[in-house]
Design a binder for this molecule. Structure first.
Ligand code: NAP
Length: 320
């Protein structure tokens, strides 16, 4: 029987692919760093039964209209704001994502970013690199404490809860906001539910971990930053679209908040001349939330296992 044709939108290691070669005919965009050009993506999708894509690909209505025999799109991310799921549904194409396998790794990064912004880790490291360390003084590079403070988690889902568990270990008080309450998390972590504005006003650290949706787009705006404490640290590990970046820039520059840690941006990749990169109390990372070698491998395997399930007429493991 003819094997299903899978197009993979980025070069991935042969060691990961090898076990799946007996199930699929695997075609691949052969670049590790550069995203597949749009015209190549559309051309390859025409002949593919399945596509394994990254968040850099816009899987929109035009894509689904072009991809005639496509059965499944496996997105190598838990967020799927790059995919028009309505169009997929209309065309009967299954969409899968990679929840759970990246939860702890992303929570590690969110907490690292929180600590880096609070304790000025990047600025302090640059201080040595730039040859500025000549003395020691009582308040040299003094940041703010993390332990014992209040963390406000907006989007207390899988990753939000994992961040809360880390915060508990640091003796922090945990408050959170979702559209619905999470009674189990309240019990396990002694987390308190707050409406959005109360969370902004009470938290020392505001961490955004919602998906990007029409509701959450620009959720962090001029008004939200004004409501935060002037000592607050804002951390975003969700998607750049949840934040009005101009408002964030002004809030930090005018010292309406103390610092920010950002893993995600409105238009990625950003350049060194991006306004937020110019602020010394903003730590910027190139969207590396789930980027540990172990987790990235697990994410790829989960994509391939989802594809296998669909072509074996089994339910996908992690459909969106
Ligand atoms: P999840 O388990 O679905 O959690 C998302 C949480 O957000 C839910 O608890 C949900 O609760 C809440 N939420 C949704 N809409 C909301 C709204 N309008 N207002 C307030 N809360 C809202 O997802 P997850 O696995 O934790 O992942 C969360 C997001 O993190 C992903 O969607 C992705 O964009 C991002 N992410 C980023 C990286 C990275 O590399 N930076 C890595 C992994 C994930 P309710 O439904 O009750 O509102």
């Amino acid at each position: 029987m003819k094997k299903p044709v899978i197009f993979i939108t980025r070069k991935i290691p042969e060691a990961v692919l090898d076990p799946y070669r007996k199930s699929f005919e695997l075609l691949m965009w052969d670049e590790e760093e550069t995203p597949v050009p749009r015209d190549v993506l559309l051309q390859e999708a025409k002949g593919a039964d399945g596509v394994l894509c990254l968040l850099t690909e816009k899987i929109d209505r035009e894509f689904f209209d072009t991809a005639g025999s496509l059965k499944v799109v496996a997105n190598m991310a838990v967020g799927f704001d790059n995919i028009d799921t309505e169009a997929a549904k209309e065309k009967g194409v299954v969409v899968t994502n990679t929840p759970d396998v990246l939860t702890e790794t992303t929570a590690d990064l969110a907490f690292a970013l929180l600590m880096a912004a609070a304790r000025r880790i990047v600025e302090a490291s640059d201080y040595i690199r730039e040859g500025k360390w000549e003395h020691w003084s009582p308040y040299m590079l003094a940041g703010s404490d993390v332990h014992g403070k209040t963390i406000g988690i907006v989007g207390m889902g899988r990753i939000g809860e994992a961040v809360a568990r880390r915060a508990k270990g640091f003796g922090m008080s945990i408050i959170y906001h979702n559209r619905s309450r999470k009674v189990d998390a309240e019990k396990e972590l002694d987390a308190k539910y707050k409406d959005f504005n109360s969370l902004l006003e009470e938290a020392d650290f505001v961490v955004c971990l919602t998906p990007l949706t029409n509701e959450t787009r620009n959720m962090f705006s001029e008004d939200t930053f004004k409501r935060m404490k002037d000592s607050a640290v804002f951390v975003n590990v969700s998607r750049g679209g949840t934040v009005d970046e101009e408002a964030l820039y002004h809030a930090v520059e005018r010292e309406e908040i103390a610092a920010a840690g950002l893993d995600v941006f409105q238009n990625e990749p950003i350049c060194a001349d991006h306004p937020l990169v110019q602020l010394k109390n903003v730590v910027c990372l190139p969207h590396i939330g789930s980027s540990s070698t172990e987790t990235r491998t697990k994410m790829l395997e989960l994509c391939l296992d989802n594809l296998k399930a669909v072509f074996n007429d089994e339910p996908p493991i992690t459909p969106v």
